[in-house]
Design a protein around this ligand. Sequence first.
Ligand SMILES: *Cc1c(COP(=O)(O)O)cnc(C)c1O
Length: 789
Amino acid sequence: MTNKENFINTFKLALRLSFGKNLEEASDLEKYTALSETIMEFIADKWKETGEVYKDKRQAYYFSAEFLVGRSLYNNLVNLLLEEDVREILETLNMDLDEIADQEEDAALGNGGLGRLAACFMESAATLNLPLTGYGVRYREGLLKQSIVNGFQVESGDSWTKNGDPWSIRKYSESQIVEFKDMKVRAVPYDMPIIGYEGKSINTLRLWQSEALLDFDFEKFNNFKYDEALVGKNRAEDITRVLYPNDDQRSGKVLRLRQQYFFCSASIKDIIKKHLEKYESLDNIDDLVRIQLNDTHPVIGISEFVRILVDDYSYDFLQALEKTQRIFSYTNHTILQEAMEKWEESIVEDTNPRNLEIIMAIDEVLLEKLKDKNATEEEIQIMRIYKDGHINMANLGIFLSHTVNGVAKLHTDILKADVLKEWYKYYPEKFQNKTNGITPRRWLLMSNPELSALITRLLGSKDWVKDLSQLKKLEEFIDDDKVLEELMEIKFQKKKQLADYIYKHEGIKVDPASIFDIQIKRIHEYKRQLMNIFQVIYLYQRLKENPNLDILPRTFIFGGKSAPGYFRAKAIIKLINEVARVINNDLEIKGKIKVIFVENYRVSYGEKLFPAADISEQISTAGKEASGTGNMKFMLNATPTIGTYDGANIEIVEEAGFENNFIFGARVEELREIESTYQPMEIYLNDYQIKQVVDTLLNGTFVDNDSYMFLDIYNGLFKEDWSKPDSYFILKDLRPYIEAQGEVDRAYRDQRYWAQKCLMNLANAGKFSSDRTIKDYAENIWHIESSFI
Ligand SMILES: *Cc1c(COP(=O)(O)O)cnc(C)c1O
């Protein structure tokens, strides 16, 4: 840093202006805010400059209902290459950077993988100096906070801005008006800087907040109607009040479509306004603008764009459709039926009636085109946008996008061959694959400085941070005993750090010498946390039979939130906690296994968990996990995977070597074949040990406090009601999973052999940098170029 004196003065000024305090008086929280404000001041010119540079060229816009940003301070210091300087400066003032950075609340404006992907993409685009702007929603309440009370998940609100939000700038003067059928609201943008690594480009994430045009109805107030005076304000603010906590589950809530329409309408108006500041008309907007739709949540932006072209700028309808199609592209994130958005006609009507008319007219055009292509009546029914009183958002998105992409090879193949096969038949040129990625800055450089230092030393430079494929050169050290030992030493250090953190936050002591076996992700049946805890129960039963059983000590760590209304996912959380309570208190098994459920898993907790894992649990039912990105975070921290042939796991083992991971279980093809005849009861009756495991749900070994939760889990395995029994094939894969876990135990005994597996995973993680993914989007979907400033 050029001027430390200056930095300190700005910091002190920020403390004075924001809190009226000097250094001695300020709390850590106040120091955090002032330090963040100081960094914002430090980047202000560069941020503005980046926006200027992008103005002349084609730009891309990432529309996403979720951006799971997490914390910003530490990440921004790392990307600005200021971490050491700031740490030193703070030390001279008797302050500790880590303690101060720990004050920051996560910006949890997303549910899980989809929202975190959007955040990783933004960071990669900035690092690559690519003109990509994010558009989304500034939810007042982020993702629910989870606490575990008596083993049950209890939810509370996450008012993440209660202590301020130093990383956003409110730009009231750039507000937009959004019109609903029954009201107009003001969309106020809050801009967050997205700082690329080395700080060359600073891109923008623009999140919209809904506010009333008129905050306060004075007339009503004067007439003593005090409550009514605030009704309009509250109704407007309701639109961006909450993030719906459903991950991979659809909720047909009126307010949710309003949120989607709200941020898409405001963003499109914003893009058009900026375009018209430079050009005379919208005639060339389809040369200069590219919009990526992150799942179907922002697909309503398509009809809104057509509406504006037709109604406000007098374009001919068909011409408007052509322009729209050159601009938009759509990413599919799931094949789960319950996640496919289909909106009731009346809900779309209530949101914005003109959009419904436009959608109906688009559907007519689609119908004509399909008839021209000689599609069968059956195919047409599948591809139509309007059917049975519902609007199919995926079909709208696909029809008016020039490109549709899946998020891992297997997922894209399933889209082409199965879920979207009719679309693929008539529009094969639209389909592309973009295997997901993660940013190595947050998920390695920042969260694992120890491993990062080793890599830099071994490779002789820090270039890998911007070109992750260079990790491949680490393979040279595969027989270097010293390097292998160092790698394991670093892992042990990270495990000790996690053990301390867990003791502090969960009050449980775990042994860092035990195998840390970690499954952290949203709780969902298809992710099969249930299969994992069944395998733990199995081990427990073997230990009860023989307390001297020769197994290595293991700590099974779980973390993840359930949607509040997802009863069975909550039942699984209760079961894990109940198993933990029984096992952790059973002295007979001599502490050989322990189970921990970490409370309130989120980005900042992940930063501590991923580097400390010995084994990464990626055990979803084959075909169900579109990609996964948690799997990549573990890999990048030198961790082998125990997992199924699903999502990006397949590409991970293709890169790192089958023999360096533990792959088991039925593949998609096999499951498709047995689907209609599968009888979980047969497995239960024929495998006594599996029966013994399942029986603990009902025989009182574990108790659910009369919540009937464990009965619900049992029914899910065997009862045919609205879905097939054991529809996620837990019993089918349980025995192969147990065997694969046995192999992990055997492999871990040879520490040199194990270290080699870890090294091979690290060395081959290069493909999974989101830099690679975003370059692919830039080159093959958006056709945008980097600026070098
Ligand atoms: C990476 C990440 C996810 C996605 O994890 P998967 O295992 O891919 O489902 C979810 N939540 C958080 C906080 C993450 O960091």
